[in-house]
Design a binder for this molecule. Structure first.
Ligand SMILES: [Zn+2]
Length: 420
């Protein structure tokens, strides 16, 4: 379950070499966790709570030099490892059944030297972080060396309540920063698609952002990946490693563009709530459809890009950001709610009210409607509604234009939202 409306977590990673006693404890966490993985894997029917209770005494006996909360930490780590292992297996089963058949009854190997410490094991006194190894053995870390400005900012904002994970090379702080994104009167619906992000606001404005630079990179990288897998088709291990590297490279190139588009989007949104489609539940469905070759699914940005973009906007926004059910947003008439037919790529017509729409601009309207309703916003005045419907209408030149040509915000005061 992805976190949605609970307090968001801000992570700050501080490079750090743990002193030997702490490193020793982390290595113990690793070996203890590995032991639990083997034990729990062999009894899949046992519930985690019972399992923890059963192994607790023997773990305590094995690690008498560590406080009891370290044993709890091991159990938590084992639990998390098994969860991600199971998730990985499920994915393998779908993508690479032979590999799954080879690996599914293996015990996951715990390699990382890492512990997400139990809350009782650490506390911050002024600028000194105190980690308990045992009742009377502590490690104290003077945090004056931390230069990351976010550390101070999130620390203050969270009133220094944080989760702490320690690895052999870093301290990972997870600050719970209460969300300061108030719900305001007006909203903006955003439809994200291949060539553009289309925007419609409850006060009757529309605009469109160009996403082609992003999709150009994705297209080029997809071709490159296809070439690679043709080229190194014999050594699958090598192929996987190279593909992974290229995927990382693609993300590193796309991310700054997403930030730029996100900034521009928020400038246009101004002081309105942001409404996105929630694609987390449909991603799997989309993948299935994509393989079948449905053009509608292929028009979507990749799941990663989409999610990352929403995450970036959510992070930067000063107003509420919500997600609405994505089902049917491009097949619902923005005027009467009737079903839409798609006579061509971007065109959508309603047999019920005879509406003739641009599908993405119409989808933005539907998304806005769902989100605005969810946020209990007042119904848009008829004038705004008419303006939106007018803007979503199909225009003869839509068929020819390859995408948005940096269209300016339609509406009287585009400058008021921060541009120009
Ligand atoms: Zn209609």
């Amino acid at each position: 379950m992805r976190g949605r409306n609970e307090t968001p977590v801000r992570t700050v990673v501080v490079p750090f070499r743990p002193p030997y006693p702490l490193l020793r404890a982390l290595l113990d966490v690793r070996s203890g966790t590995q032991r639990l993985l083997a034990d729990w894997r062999s009894r899949p029917e046992e519930c985690r709570f019972e399992a923890t209770k059963r192994v607790y005494p023997s773990l305590r006996a094995s690690y008498p030099h560590l406080a009891s909360s370290w044993v709890v930490t091991m159990a938590n780590e084992a639990s998390a490892s098994l969860r991600s292992w199971d998730r990985w297996l499920r994915r393998m089963k779908r993508l690479d059944p032979p590999r799954w058949a080879r690996l599914h009854d293996q015990i996951p190997r715990r390699r990382a030297v890492k512990g997400s410490l139990h809350r009782a094991l650490y506390r911050l006194r002024g600028r000194v972080l105190d980690i308990t190894l045992h009742r009377d053995r502590h490690v104290q870390i003077e945090l004056g060396f931390v230069r990351n400005p976010l550390f101070e900012r999130y620390g203050t904002a969270s009133n220094w309540t944080f989760g702490l994970a320690v690895t052999d090379r870093a301290l990972i702080f997870q600050f719970r920063v209460p969300q300061d994104q108030p719900i305001v009167a007006e909203s903006a619906g955003v439809d994200l698609n291949m060539p553009s992000a289309d925007l419609a606001t409850s006060d009757g404005r529309t605009s469109s952002l160009d996403l082609r630079p992003i999709t150009a990179i994705q297209g080029a990288m997809a071709r490159k990946r296809a070439a690679i897998s043709r080229h190194i088709s014999k050594d699958l291990r090598h192929q996987r490693a190279v593909l992974r590297r290229y995927r990382r490279r693609e993300r590193n190139r796309v991310r700054p563009l997403l930030h730029a588009v996100g900034n521009e989007l928020l400038r246009q949104v101004g002081t309105r709530n942001v409404v996105f489609e929630d694609l987390s539940s449909t991603t799997e469905e989309c993948q299935k459809i994509t393989r079948g070759g449905d053009p509608d699914a292929r028009r979507r940005l990749s799941a990663w890009t989409h999610g990352e973009f929403q995450r970036i906007v959510r992070y930067k926004s000063t107003t509420a950001v919500v997600r609405v059910n994505a089902r049917g947003t491009s097949s619902e008439c923005p005027n009467c709610g009737g079903p839409l037919a798609h006579p061509s790529w971007r065109r959508a017509t309603c047999g019920h009210c005879q509406g003739d729409w641009h599908r993405d601009r119409a989808a933005a309207l539907v998304i806005l409607g769902r989100g605005h309703h969810l946020l209990r916003g007042a119904a848009p005045p008829p004038s705004a509604r008419n303006e939106l419907l007018e803007a979503a209408r199909w225009r003869p030149d839509d068929e020819r234009s390859p995408g948005p040509a940096g269209e300016p915000m339609k509406g009287d005061d585009a400058k008021a939202s921060g541009r120009g």
